[in-house]
Design a protein around this ligand. Structure first.
Ligand code: SF4
Length: 275
């Protein structure tokens, strides 16, 4: 982890509460030293946004390029607005990036104040990243107040069309301290205070346009559709620059999706039927 802090304080996210608004960095030379001493070639940067401070990120990418490592990390989609930064990331060994896309609804994207909120521009941005040979992991969230029951199919359609490598399908989770939590609490829409269910996978609030169970089932089914074998096969053709990593990651996600399908019956009887 090279960086902590995030100035954006998004409504649903606890990072600013946990790590503060001011971005702080570990000196680049210390990161290089840690990488050399780790004696491995494969790394995951856990920064919430590895390009949050582009000047620092460029210095870091230049410094680690000679080490010939492979790395994965998290970044904002604004990466595509800086070609030099994108090229430096790829040259430094970046193989896959996690992007918090959250939604493919333009209304919702505008509310997030994202760097890119137009769907056409978002598709172009995703293609630019692919051209750099970087696999895309998209993180999606279901359950915003704008979401209707159509959101599940629309989202899966977008992700398949753009041949996204891998996706995390989450339900909106109102962490204490966030605006989302305060709003839902004030509106009397929280269903439980049992923190074991606040896990990104279980619906713990009353959605606006569907029942909690419809949201739960919609999210689980979207994941299943995205990771079914024919979807994995068809998306491979958009990820041929890194086929082994693509297939390994999809195999892992496919297995997790199967575990979730098995769990959902237990969750219904243990939690939703008692609401
Ligand atoms: S979602 Fe991303 S940009 Fe928003 S506060 Fe969290 S880390 Fe920062």
């Amino acid at each position: 982890m090279t960086t902590r802090g995030c100035p954006y304080n998004c409504d649903f996210c606890c990072v600013t509460d946990l790590f503060g608004k001011k971005i702080r960095h570990i000196p680049v030379e210390n990161v290089v030293r840690d990488i050399v001493e780790a004696r491995t070639k494969n790394f995951m940067f856990l920064d919430d946004n590895i390009i949050g401070h582009p000047k620092y990120a460029k210095e870091l990418f230049k410094a680690i390029s000679p080490l010939k490592i492979n790395w994965v990390g998290q970044a904002s989609i604004s990466l595509v607005k800086d070609t030099e930064l994108m090229e430096l990331a790829a040259a430094s060994g970046c193989k896959s990036l996690f992007f918090g896309l959250e939604s493919v609804s333009e209304d919702q994207l505008k509310q997030f104040r994202k760097a890119i909120s137009d769907i056409g521009q978002l598709e172009q941005a995703l293609q630019k990243i692919k051209k750099m040979g970087i696999l895309i992991h998209a993180s999606m969230i279901f359950g915003f107040d704008n979401d209707s029951k159509a959101v599940f199919n629309e989202t899966v359609k977008f992700l398949k069309k753009n041949k996204i490598s891998t996706v995390s399908f989450n339900v909106l989770t109102p962490y204490p301290g966030t605006k989302t939590y305060n709003d839902l609490k004030n509106e009397g829409r929280l269903l439980t205070a049992n923190w074991k269910y606040y896990d990104h996978n279980t619906v713990v609030f009353q959605p606006k346009n569907m029942t909690p169970w419809e949201l739960q089932l919609g999210k689980t089914t979207a994941r299943k559709k995205f990771y079914n074998p024919s979807s994995v096969f068809s998306r491979l053709f958009g990820n041929l620059y890194s086929p082994r990593l693509y297939l390994a990651l999809n195999y892992g996600h496919m297995k997790q999706s199967q575990v979730e399908m098995k769990r959902i019956g237990k969750l219904k009887s243990e939690f939703f039927d008692l609401l």
